[in-house]
Design a protein around this ligand. Structure first.
Ligand code: NDP
Ligand code: 2IT
Length: 445
């Protein structure tokens, strides 16, 4: 690590030693900025790194709500508005029991560089709660969402901060949040993205993260005159991102052989069919157990308590949560001759796993580049809302594709090694960092 970056990182470590996920994401970015910091002394002179690791604002609030038995329940809500150098804050909301301030800060920090990579006008933010939507009735989820937005509405707006979905937050939650926002403010505006088609949502936004991830993978393979067609793909998760990846990869002729959840994975040797991919949506909407999938489709097998990375494949795409691929998982994938690993989830791989892929010549790309199609299409939703218009699926998909091609090119430009291969981690970090840093310098303190 460059001396300036090391000094800032060491100071951060002494300040918030308990924020493990946040420190992990900062270290990964700082590790790759050596040359950029050496070549641009104005960044240190303007103390850009020190300013980049402290959120502009981190809001934490109480969310009381009534459950189905009229009992009072209490959760903690967060919104971390990390950096607005490039535009209004933008980033998702996560409802999951594992949510802490550290998780929110790592996601908002990553989001700042991801949003920058899209070249669209968005700053970085993230929010959410330790609320667990699993096992709750629609009524309970609605009560929670109303209470959550009652505080959050003070801090957001179409030109201020525009939240969206993430783990545990999909169309249903965005609907409840939007409905209550309207009641509280008397404003019908693009304050949230991921809205329903028909009331301000954009076509292709549900598919966008997964489709974008596959468009990125296509670009990675194209540099080797290769393609997605005929490849065997293992993915984790069965949520929004996993669904989009499975749909597009299958459409392009790949065989997607796994999906997974926190309790295990399903292996479908013949590859997921259209019916199976559609059933992923039903599973999530009804909150069914993943094992139901294997019961419904003969030929698919559920492996309880195991991860999909033990299955032989050409391409592996973590699409569930952070740090879901460890060094051991990576070694298994490498031993099985995986050629490409692309993160659909944010920080899906532990540093030791990413290092293992890079050391063994596996093409590896980080979430902030691979999954940026989701937030990019959120920005396209904001454009449609601001222009009081709707674009066709083809129009949105075309723009999404162009954005992913551009992000890939930026990673190649900033991450090319002397031997012609690409360090996508460095490429994504450097390309994302430069735009944010230059804007911060230009805007002063
Ligand atoms: P969903 O809530 O739709 O699905 C989450 C999936 O991940 C489920 O299959 C869930 O399985 C699994 N999962 C969640 N937490 C854990 C855990 N602790 N251990 C194992 N499995 C887990 O979320 P998304 O698909 O929206 O998000 C998935 C990832 O993609 C996240 O990292 C998110 O930040 C990232 N992302 C999402 C974007 C979006 O537009 N939605 C955009 C860019 C990135 P189970 O229910 O069994 O726990
Ligand atoms: O991690 C992410 O980029 C998201 N959850 C999507 C954010 C958004 O604002 O669409």
């Amino acid at each position: 690590m460059n001396a300036y970056a090391q000094r800032v990182f060491d100071e951060l470590k002494t300040k918030v030693p308990w924020e493990k996920e946040f420190l992990q994401s900062v270290e990964e970015v700082f590790n790759t900025l050596g040359a950029v910091l050496d070549e641009n002394p104005q960044y240190e002179a303007n103390r850009v790194l020190e300013r980049m690791v402290i959120p502009d604002r981190a809001i934490s609030f109480q969310v009381p709500w009534l459950d189905r038995n009229n009992k009072i329940q209490i959760n903690t809500g967060y919104r971390v508005q990390f950096n607005d150098a490039l535009g209004p804050y933008k980033g998702g909301l996560r409802f999951h029991p594992s949510v802490t301030l550290s998780v929110m800060k790592f996601l908002a920090f990553e989001q700042t560089f991801k949003d920058s990579l899209t070249t669209l006008p968005m700053g970085g933010a993230k929010g959410g709660s330790d609320f667990d939507p699993k096992g709750k009735t629609d009524f309970e989820v609605m009560n929670f969402c109303k209470s959550f937005i009652r505080e959050l509405h003070h801090h957001i707006g179409p030109d201020v901060d525009v939240p969206a979905g993430d783990i545990g937050v999909g169309g249903r939650e965005i609907g409840y949040l939007f409905g209550e926002y309207k009641r509280l403010t008397h404003r019908y505006c693009g304050v949230l993205t991921g809205k329903g088609i028909g009331w301000g949502g954009s076509l292709i936004r549900p598919e966008a993260t997964g489709y974008g991830a596959i468009y990125f993978v296509q670009e990675m393979l194209a540099r080797r005159n290769d393609s997605v067609a005929g490849k065997t793909v293992v993915i984790s998760g069965y949520g929004n991102v996993a669904w989009g990846v499975a749909k597009k990869a299958s459409e392009l002729g790949a065989r997607v052989v796994t999906i997974s959840g926190s309790k295990g994975y399903v292996h479908c040797e013949g590859g997921l069919t259209g019916e199976m991919i559609a059933f992923m949506l039903e599973l999530r909407e009804k909150g069914l157990d993943l094992s139901v999938f294997a019961d419904k489709f003969p030929g698919c097998k559920f492996y309880a308590g195991r991860k999909p990375w033990e299955v032989k494949a050409d391409i592996a795409m973590p699409c569930a949560t952070q740090n879901e691929v460890n060094g051991e998982d990576a070694a298994k994938l490498v031993a099985n001759k995986v050629i490409l690993v692309a993160e659909g989830s944010n920080m899906g791989c532990l540093p030791e796993a990413a290092a293992c892929f890079q050391k063994n010549g596996v093409l590896f790309a980080p979430g902030k580049a691979v999954n940026a199609g989701g937030v990019a299409t959120s920005c396209l939703e904001m454009s449609q809302n601001a222009g009081h218009t709707n674009w066709t699926s083809a129009e949105v998909d075309h723009r999404l594709h162009d954005i992913m091609v551009h992000i890939h090119a930026a990673c190649v430009e900033c991450g090319s090694r002397k031997d012609g291969t690409v360090d996508y981690i460095a490429g994504a970090n450097i390309a994302g960092f430069k735009r944010v840093a230059d804007a911060m310098v230009a805007q002063g303190i």
